[in-house]
Design a protein around this ligand. Structure first.
Ligand SMILES: Nc1ncnc2c1ncn2[C@@H]1O[C@H](COP(=O)(O)OP(=O)(O)O)[C@@H](O)[C@H]1O
Ligand SMILES: [Mg+2]
Length: 400
């Protein structure tokens, strides 16, 4: 688990990056690109209001080039679902050395995969509904695969979002149709026990649950229309459950964050039955982010929320701390010494390194390339080759 020595309290706004160039990444290749643009525009507007030089960046296959050519100090990932919430963009930003908002590569990928999430939830004793998975090759034997699982079930793509390709099935033929639809969105489909219950979402900021909201959809379930249509759902905040149960839901959501190692601002979706049971459906590492979204309904201003998100932007896998560890190992003779002088020259054209981009309250911009360049290569010949390539690309590179 990563630790941050200067961890602020959950709702503390620091404004570390005010005045800096913030790129809000939005759009992307997945089916939730339109929703992402709503989030992205709303976040960019809010940040400008708070004094950031925020600009939106449409994400496409040239994202790496776009970011190299016009390198931001911080990237806000306002992408939902495939190709944005799933660790892929996070990985690119790690390599480019651009601090980014939200969870790291691993947690993003785990949270996006509802099957992997469930496996981890079970390890952490977080209640989740019984399920099995279906891949397209199994469709011909679906009835056999389903076996004695029973009905009704709820079918969803393992890596889906916004309820796209999801729905209830009461019979084998409905199951067949639902699975075929879900397979349009992912190669793995999750068939879950269907439960009736209150739809409750918990917002978690910096590991602490800030509130639980209850959603009353006007439709059969909280589908795409109920989520984004005008007046298609009624919201109750705080959720209408007994106080002790309410506290239990908050703790459950915090545990779900721990299970997946999620950081930043997340939303945990749950179904809470009239009896004793509550089930975690999923954890969203990049929840909807407009003033009308659910977390801003939990008693925190949208502007503060946006700023908290940017305050926490950082690198994880290739963070200065982790690359700095390589320097220490080098000092102990475990790795060859790095050629500081040479490495410091290969930052030409780049606006700054990860180290220079706001880790800690001062957001010092004097850091330069040291931590980013900590890797080097064992032999001087290879070092020289790496050096040449880095200089040509005019961007900080990181070692594998
Ligand atoms: N097992 C289930 N039983 C009943 N309804 C479900 C079940 N799983 C999901 N749903 C409904 O579908 C919605 C979307 O499911 P969820 O797992 O949160 O996926 P996503 O929001 O990523 O599409 C839920 O908010 C709920 O209304
Ligand atoms: Mg959901």
């Amino acid at each position: 688990m990563e630790s941050n020595t200067n961890t602020p309290s959950p709702l503390q706004v620091q404004g570390i990056h005010r005045g800096k160039d913030v790129a809000v990444l939005m759009g992307g290749p997945g089916p939730e690109s339109e929703i992402s643009r709503w989030s992205g525009q709303a976040v960019a507007d809010a940040l400008r209001e708070r004094g950031y030089a925020a600009r939106t960046v449409e994400v496409d296959q040239n994202l790496d080039q776009v970011l190299r050519n016009n390198r931001p100090d911080v990237a806000v990932i306002a992408l939902h679902g495939v190709g944005g919430e799933d660790g892929t963009v996070q990985g690119l930003l790690e390599y480019l050395g651009i601090p980014y908002t939200g969870s790291n590569v691993l947690s993003s990928a785990l949270a996006m995969d509802k099957v992997k999430s469930k496996e981890l939830f079970r390890l952490y004793n977080i209640p989740t509904l019984p399920y099995y998975t279906v891949e397209s090759e199994q469709m011909a034997q679906l009835e056999r695969v389903h076996g004695t699982f029973g009905f009704p079930v709820f079918v969803k793509p393992a890596g889906g979002g916004s309820s796209l390709g999801s729905g209830k099935a009461d019979t084998v033929s409905e199951l067949q149709a639902r699975c075929e639809e879900a397979l349009q969105y992912d190669t793995t489909v999750l068939v879950e026990r269907y439960v009736e219950g209150k739809e409750i979402n918990v917002g978690v900021v910096r590991g602490e649950a800030i509130g639980a909201i209850e959603i009353e959809p006007q439709r059969e379930f909280y589908d795409y229309v109920a989520k984004y249509g005008e007046d298609q759902s009624t919201y109750h905040f705080p959720a209408r459950v007994a106080p002790t149960r309410y506290q239990g839901l908050l703790r459950l959501a915090e545990r779900a964050n721990l299970a997946l190692g999620a950081t930043g601002i997340t939303r945990v979706d749950m179904l809470v039955t009239a009896g004793e049971n509550e089930y975690v459906l999923e954890l969203n590492t990049i929840p909807g982010f407009t003033a009308k979204s659910l977390i801003p309904k939990m008693g925190i201003s949208f502007l503060d929320l946006c700023e908290i998100m940017v305050d926490d932007a950082r690198l994880h896998a290739l963070s200065p701390q982790r690359l700095g560890m390589s320097d220490k190992r080098r000092g102990q003779g475990l790795l060859p010494p790095s050629d500081r002088g040479a490495h410091n020259t290969d930052m030409g054209g780049s606006k700054g390194s990860a180290e220079s981009q706001g880790h800690g309250p001062t957001g010092s911009s004097t850091g330069g390339a040291r931590a980013q360049q900590g890797g080097g290569s064992p032999g001087s010949t290879r070092s020289a080759q790496v050096q040449t390539i880095r200089t040509q690309n005019a961007q900080p590179a990181a070692h594998p």
